[in-house]
Design a binder for this molecule. Structure first.
Ligand code: GLN
Length: 313
């Protein structure tokens, strides 16, 4: 099936916002000091259809740093550049069952980063971005994520600097991967590039369009530009299904039935292949680092719009 008509989708998006706005459980991430300053009451929802229609309700145009949602799109760009087998071997596709910044997951798996949606695998993925220098790699990431969004994305300098002062753990993960021969570049350069990619500002509308590009076989449905191949979209969405919501990925798939990626600033993008994507933003997180309102709103929309990929009707 396809999405219901524009009016119906719009009504469900408005409903989802109204229903879950009163929910105030969870807490804003504060391990990156600049994120602690986020307004916890912000709540935006956007749905982008593969037709190019975009719905946006509440704080859908409020900027926030993309954080871990960048991992999905950098992975797609690297897969597009290097191919399925290289990234599968170098980075992996299995869930760790552990938190996103786990060191234990690396140790338990002979130094293998396990998958591109946790920090270890994301660092290993960023290290594979083509480019002769870190500056070239960063420009390639920024340009690539901007093509997914259909507009020029900018760095949030305050978030970047704040995280660079407090990301000792990511530096340790990068060094550990280096010790296992899993990062060939200077690991601290890779952490710098990774931290920049996480500090790109987006909105709920942007992540919905980015997700809809994956839903649309790699063509941005708003700009019409091809960003990645259909094969890369399949690879990326299967990795998101297995690992996009960290150690809660199984529960998420069981309840909501959509490949998705969350980030600690409060964004979630969920992708319905061939149909479109849902982008939500609300900074209060649960203990795994997933936005509480975002999970409720996405579950509601998956149900009311009939998006669960495992449903036969
Ligand atoms: N930049 C953050 C970090 O590396 C991203 C984490 C996240 O969004 N889960 O810790």
């Amino acid at each position: 099936g396809s999405l219901p008509g524009w009016e119906q989708v719009e009504a469900h998006v408005v409903d989802a916002h109204e229903r879950y706005l009163p929910r105030t459980e969870g807490a804003v991430a504060d391990y990156i000091p600049a994120l602690a300053a986020a307004d916890p009451d912000l709540f935006g929802i956007s749905v982008a259809e593969v037709s190019g229609s975009v719905h946006a309700v509440g704080a859908a145009d409020t900027a926030f740093s993309i954080q871990s949602i960048s991992k999905a799109f950098v992975y797609a760009l690297v897969s597009d550049a290097l191919g399925h087998d290289v990234v599968r071997e170098r980075v992996g596709v299995n869930n760790t069952g552990l938190s996103f910044n786990s060191v234990i997951a690396i140790e338990l798996n002979d130094g293998h980063p396990m998958n591109p949606m946790v920090n270890a695998g994301a660092l290993a993925t960023t290290a594979l971005v083509p480019g002769a220098t870190p500056a070239e790699q960063w420009e390639r990431i920024r340009a690539g994520l901007s093509r997914f969004a259909g507009r020029q994305l900018e760095l949030d300098g305050e978030v970047y600097h704040s995280e660079m002062l407090t990301n000792q753990r990511n530096k340790a993960i990068a060094r550990l991967l280096e010790s296992y021969g899993r990062i060939d570049l200077d690991p601290l350069d890779v952490v710098d590039t990774y931290t920049r990619q996480c500090s790109l500002n987006v909105t709920a509308r942007d992540i919905a369009v980015m997700g809809a590009t994956l839903a649309d076989g790699g063509v941005n449905p708003v700009t019409g530009e091809r960003v990645v191949s259909p094969q890369v979209c399949r690879d990326t969405l299967s990795v998101l299904a297995a690992t996009g919501m960290y150690e809660r990925s199984g529960e998420w798939l069981f309840e909501i039935g959509l490949p998705a990626k969350s980030g600690v600033s409060g964004g979630i993008v969920a992708v319905a292949p061939g149909k479109g994507a849902i982008g939500t933003f609300s900074p209060r997180l649960d203990s795994a680092g997933n936005s509480v309102r975002g999970q409720h709103a996405t579950a509601y929309l998956s149900r009311t719009l009939g998006l669960n990929v495992f449903a036969s009707a």
